[in-house]
Design a protein around this ligand. Structure first.
Ligand SMILES: NC(=O)c1ccc[n+]([C@@H]2O[C@H](COP(=O)([O-])OP(=O)(O)OC[C@H]3O[C@@H](n4cnc5c(N)ncnc54)[C@H](O)[C@@H]3O)[C@@H](O)[C@H]2O)c1
Ligand SMILES: O=P(O)(O)OC[C@H](O)CO
Length: 346
């Protein structure tokens, strides 16, 4: 039987941070020719000379099938299958830069996690708005519990890909799937994206709990009530509530709220241990999307008049000088609620 992807030989990857590099390596290992655009010239040179990206994914040997480049124009214009993995706050600028080079019939996959401040668009929404040449059905979201370093080490991992067009999502499923990277198809791009973006904010709160050494009861409560907030927001944004029981909902929430590899959880933990945001950010080269996304999710919820108590408390701690201890105290003394009624409202 002819494989549905037999005609795709080349893939362009935009963004060579840890996730872009890990996914580029996965695709290159499968035999695809991968053109990888990197923002930093030193990353391009490092991959050419050392077959390594020591800045963002050290100690992982990279395939000879990866062709690093600092030319956005050539990576975009020479590929009709593009994976974009830039930090979410740079997505709009990036899409504007590449829009005129994008070919018709391009399939674009986004693996970035975030909600744009001001517009409250998820990443596929930003792509659709800025690159009209791409058919909306050919924009695919890839999301789920996946630390780049573990994927790069071929640790068994499962994620989801979503598009409104099932055939496109299935094509992407087959392109990425390996014996250590299991890919499920979903028809709910907005649900996948909201799960992937909002869990980063909840992970910061989970970090508070562990930084303050509160206990496992507290963390389990936080994760569960965090999921309730993700679901509440997701339903109002038009997502399928069942999506949040899946990989890009509870799956990514568990990973990010419990895994020391998570940048978002680590930021929260450091705050819980008494560090300030300024001290934490001074030392970072990598992105913790939840920091910016706390602000976008907070303002989005306000604009929709939805109550998201954990998100509110993370916002206060990050942007209004409140402390993680105050956050937990306020969450525990809110008016008592009714879990069954809340779940039945879905
Ligand atoms: N790392 C992971 O495990 C992982 C897993 C799933 C999803 N993601 C998502 O992937 C996206 C990218 O994160 P990452 O972890 O690969 O990044 P990273 O933290 O490893 O590296 C930062 C990246 O930002 C790029 N960058 C900085 N300024 C830029 C600019 N002005 N324009 C374009 N690029 C710029 C850098 O070149 C680098 O590629 C994020 O949305 C993240 O949430 C990451
Ligand atoms: O390191 P984090 O917190 O950005 O999490 C990485 C991925 O989103 C986990 O799925």
């Amino acid at each position: 039987m002819k494989n549905i992807n037999d005609n795709i030989k080349k893939i362009g990857v935009i963004g060579a941070g840890s996730w872009g590099t890990a996914l580029a390596n996965l695709l290159a290992d499968k035999g695809y020719h991968v053109d990888l655009w990197a923002y930093e010239k030193e990353v391009v040179e490092d991959i050419i000379k050392q077959r390594e990206n020591r800045l963002f994914l050290p100690d992982i040997s990279l395939s000879e099938n990866i062709f690093p480049s600092d030319s956005l124009k050539s990576v975009v214009s020479e590929n009709t299958f593009l994976l974009i993995v830039v930090p979410s706050h740079t997505m709009r600028d990036m899409c504007k830069k590449i829009a005129s080079h994008v070919q018709e019939k391009t399939t674009m996959i986004t693996a970035s996690k975030g909600i744009e401040d001001g517009t409250y668009l998820t990443m596929h929404g930003v792509i659709a708005e800025c690159i009209p040449a791409i058919d909306k059905d050919r924009i695919v979201v890839l999301s789920g519990p996946s630390f780049a370093r573990e994927v790069a080490k071929k640790v068994p991992t499962a994620i989801s890909v979503a598009s409104k067009d099932r055939m496109t999502a299935e094509m992407v499923q087959h392109i990425f799937a390996t014996d250590y990277f299991r890919v499920y198809v979903s028809d709910d791009p907005i649900g996948l994206e909201l799960g992937g973006a909002v869990k980063n904010v909840i992970a910061i709160a989970a970090g508070f709990v562990d930084g303050m050494q509160l206990g496992l009861n507290t963390r389990a409560a936080l994760i569960t009530r965090g999921l309730a907030e993700i679901r509440r927001l997701g339903i109002r944004m038009g997502a399928n509530p069942h999506t949040f029981a899946g990989l890009s909902g509870v799956g990514d929430l568990i990973l990010t709220c419990t895994g020391d590899l998570s940048r978002n959880y680590t930021v929260g933990k450091q705050l819980g241990q008494g560090m300030t945001m300024a001290e934490i950010q001074d030392k970072r080269v990598t992105v913790a999307e939840g920091v910016r996304n706390t602000s976008s999710v907070y303002h989005l919820a306000k604009s929709l008049d939805i109550e998201l108590p954990i998100i509110n408390e993370v916002y206060r701690a990050l942007y209004e000088n409140s402390s993680p201890a105050n956050a937990i105290a306020r969450l525990m003394t809110r008016p008592l609620g009714h879990e069954t009624i809340e779940l039945e409202e879905i």
